[in-house]
Design a protein around this ligand. Sequence first.
Ligand code: AMP
Length: 192
Amino acid sequence: MRLALFGPPGAGKGTQAAKIVAAWRIPHISTGDMLRAEVRSGSELGGRVKAIMDSGHLVPDELIAEVVAARLKQPDAAPGFLLDGFPRTPRQVELLDGILAPANLDRMILLDVPDAVVEQRLLGRAVTGDGGQVRADDNLETIRKRLAVYRGETMPVAEVYQRRGLLARVDGTGTVEQVFARIADLLGAGGR
Ligand code: AMP
């Protein structure tokens, strides 16, 4: 199953992604996690993207597509995968189409969470951290920037998959388990 998880920062994508990949036994391909790992490792790529990430802007489309293409070539991604945080611009959709051709994504799952809830969650994460660690890009100014980038550059991606008939909206409010149950219903019992 070739899936992508979509939604604003703070929608709970990371949490739900972990549960989906465990149940469906597919790799979790999070571009944010991959980029943070590059920054931590001190690689040349990490050096190039750190300032962009810290500011809440997006790294260049071609660069992130190269990272994803290399990851999708790994044998564990052959039977299926869950993309988290990609594609994030209409240009990234085109690049992903090229990477996957002649196949396509089976489904894009949009985690629907009202703006007010997202902002509250992100602010909470900025203070207490996520799993004990406060991310460098979880501060008020960057959170505002990331939400603006999501609304301006990323939301059109959902429209593309909507037009293709591949977008599934899931109510992202409630407990982690409630949200996961909705996703599992949508995907069918295959992984459970
Ligand atoms: P995330 O963990 O998905 O919120 O990503 C954290 C940061 O990594 C983003 O604010 C961007 O700077 C960068 N990033 C992650 N995924 C992408 C992507 N698909 N395109 C461009 N930048 C990305």
